[in-house]
Design a protein around this ligand. Structure first.
Ligand code: NAD
Length: 428
C-alpha cells in the first residue's frame, strides 16, 4: 500500500521504516526541514537500534523517502498516519495543539484527494480524534468524514530501545474506526502481522492506549515501593519479584525495582488521564500515587548518597543519562531530577552516557561530559548508575578504583558483586 507519515520522530520514523520493510511504499513528511533532509540521506534523527540499517535498506530500495510537502505526501498515498507530539501542559492536561495544527494542514491537503484514510497514531485522550481531528479535517477539506475520507485511531505500543522489533512484532494491533471502510483498509495493511487485531470504536482505541501505559506505570511504581520496603528488611527485591512474576496472572515484566520510569510517554500519559478523570469528577487515587512515588523515587539516590558523603563541593559521576538503555531520549529522564538536585546542593557533576550526551548537553551545558565511563569515574567522590546500559555491566573493581572515594550507588541493578565490591542499590 502507499502510506504517508505526518511527523517523523521516534514513532513516525519507526512506523514508516516498519511499513516499508513490509514492502509498502512510504512517504515521510515533517515540518522540520532538517529531519526530511537527514532521512533522505539515510540518517535517523535519533538513536534507536536497528533503525539506521533498516532506514538505509528501505531508502536504497526506493520504498521510503521523505518530503517537506504534505500535499505531495497525501496525493501520493492512500493512508496518512498522524504521529505528531501530544505533550502535557503545565497542569498535566493534554496539549492538543500539535494535533490541531496537523489536522488543519491535513484537511487542506485532503481537498484535492479522493477517498483517503487518516489514522491517528499519536496518543490522544478519548474524544480527541472525534472532537478535534474529525471536525478540523472536515472544516479544512470541505469533505465529509466516513464518505469522502476515512478516520481511524490506531495507537502505537512500541518501546524506545526496541522500537522496530516492537513495531514489526506487536502483541496486538488496535484499530478504532469511524467508518468500516477505513477499518478494513487498515486491517489489510496489518494482514501479515502475526498478532491479534482488535477492531473497535475510536474512543475505546484511544482509552486502550492510556490504560495500557497507566497499568505498566503502576506495575513499576508498585515494584519500586516494594523495593523500598525490601531494602529496609534486607530482602532481595529482585529475588522476590522473580518468584512473584512466575505467577502467570502477574507476568515477570515491569517488576524491576529502581529509580522509576521516565521517557516521553508514561509520565505525560498518566498525568493526562489523571487530569481527564478529575475534570469528570473522579479522584484517581491509584494513578496519583503512581506519579507521586515516581517523582520521589530518584531523590532516594540523593538521600542514600548523603548518608555516605557530604555532597557540597564534591564531584559526583553519573553513569547513564538516557531514561532507558537503547535510546538517546532524555525526555523526563530520572537523571535530570538527580542532576538538578546535585547542582542545587553544590556538587559538581561528571557524566557519561553511550548515546544520550548530546541531547542532555543541550539542557545541562554546565556539567562535564566524558567519552567513557572510566574517564568520568576518575577522581569522582561518588558514582550514581542511572541507566542499565550493557557496557556498565562490564565495569570492574579496577574501574571504580579510579575514583577518589569508592561510593557507588546503583539506580538500576547492573553491577556484579563478584566483580565490584562495596556498592549499594536504591532498593537492594
Ligand atoms: P517526537 O517528538 O519524537 O516526533 C514528533 C515529530 O512530529 C517531530 O519530528 C516534529 O517535528 C513533527 N511534527 C510536529 N508537528 C507536525 C506537523 N504539524 N506536521 C508534521 N510533523 C510535525 O514524538 P514521538 O516520541 O514520536 O511521539 C509521537 C506521538 O506518539 C506522541 O503522541 C506520543 O505520545 C506517541 N507515542 C510515543 C511513543 C514513544 O516511545 N516515543 C510510543 C507510543 C506512542
Amino acid at each position: 500500500m502507499k502510506i504517508s507519515i505526518m511527523g517523523t520522530g521516534y514513532v513516525g520514523l519507526s512506523t514508516g521504516v516498519g511499513f516499508a520493510k513490509k514492502g509498502n511504499s512510504v512517504l515521510c513528511f515533517d515540518i522540520v526541514r532538517e529531519i526530511v533532509d537527514k532521512i533522505n540521506r539515510r540518517e535517523p534523527t535519533f538513536y534507536e537500534p536497528m533503525i539506521e540499517d533498516a532506514l538505509k535498506e528501505v531508502v536504497s530500495k526506493g520504498l521510503l523517502k521523505a518530503t517537506a510537502y504534505l500535499n505531495y505526501a497525501v496525493l501520493n498515498s492512500d493512508i496518512t498516519f498522524v504521529c505528531v507530539p501530544t505533550p502535557s501542559q503545565k497542569d498535566g492536561s493534554l496539549d492538543v495543539s500539535y494535533i490541531e495544527k496537523a489536522s488543519v494542514s491535513l484537511g487542506k491537503a485532503l481537498k484535492g484527494k479522493d477517498y483517503h484514510v487518516v489514522a491517528v497514531k499519536s496518543t490522544v485522550l478519548p474524544e480527541t480524534t472525534g472532537n478535534v481531528v474529525l471536525p478540523t479535517l472536515e472544516k479544512h477539506s470541505g469533505k465529509k468524514c466516513g464518505r469522502d475520507f476515512g478516520l481511524c485511531m490506531n495507537p502505537e505500543f512500541l518501546r524506545e530501545g526496541s522500537a522496530l522489533t516492537d513495531f514489526l512484532k506487536p502483541h496486538r494491533v488496535i484499530i478504532g474506526e469511524f467508518d468500516k471502510k477505513s477499518g478494513d483498509i487498515l486491517e489489510r495493511l496489518y494482514k501479515d502481522f502475526d498478532c491479534p487485531v482488535l477492531r473497535t470504536d475510536i474512543k475505546t482505541a484511544e482509552m486502550i492506549k492510556y490504560v495500557s501505559n497507566a497499568f505498566l506505570a503502576t506495575k513499576i511504581s508498585f515494584s519500586n515501593e516494594i523495593g523500598n520496603v525490601c531494602k529496609r528488611m534486607g530482602v532481595d527485591v529482585y529475588e522476590v519479584m522473580r518468584g512473584v512474576g512466575l505467577d502467570r496472572r502477574i507476568s515477570p515484566d515491569f517488576l524491576d525495582a529502581g529509580i522509576g520510569f521516565g521517557g516521553s510517554c508514561f509520565p505525560k500519559d498518566v498525568d493526562a488521564i489523571i487530569s481527564k478523570a478529575k475534570t469528570l469528577g473522579e479522584s484517581p487515587i491509584i494513578m496519583e500515587s503512581v506519579i507521586e512515588l515516581n517523582r520521589n523515587q530518584p531523590l532516594r539516590m540523593i538521600d542514600l548518597l548523603k548518608k555516605r558523603i557530604n555532597i557540597k563541593d564534591k564531584r559526583v559521576c553519573i553513569l547513564g543519562l538516557a531514561f532507558k538503555p537503547g535510546t538517546d531520549d532524555v525526555r523526563e529522564a530520572p537523571s535530570a531530577v538527580i542532576v538538578d538536585r546535585l547542582l542545587k546542593e553544590g556538587a559538581a557533576v561528571n557524566a557519561y552516557d553511550p548515546k544520550a550526551m548530546e541531547k542532555f548537553r543541550d539542557r545541562y551545558p554546565q556539567i562535564t561530559y566524558f567519552n567513557s565511563a572510566r574517564e568520568a569515574l576518575k577522581n569522582a567522590d561518588a558514582c550514581l548508575i542511572l541507566t542499565e546500559w550493557d557496557e556498565f555491566r562490564n565495569l570492574s573493581e579496577n574501574d571504580f578504583n579510579l575514583m577518589n572515594k569508592k561510593v557507588v550507588i546503583e539506580g538500576r541493578k547492573i553491577l556484579d558483586r563478584e566483580k565490584v565490591q562495596g556498592f549499594e542499590g536504591i532498593c537492594w
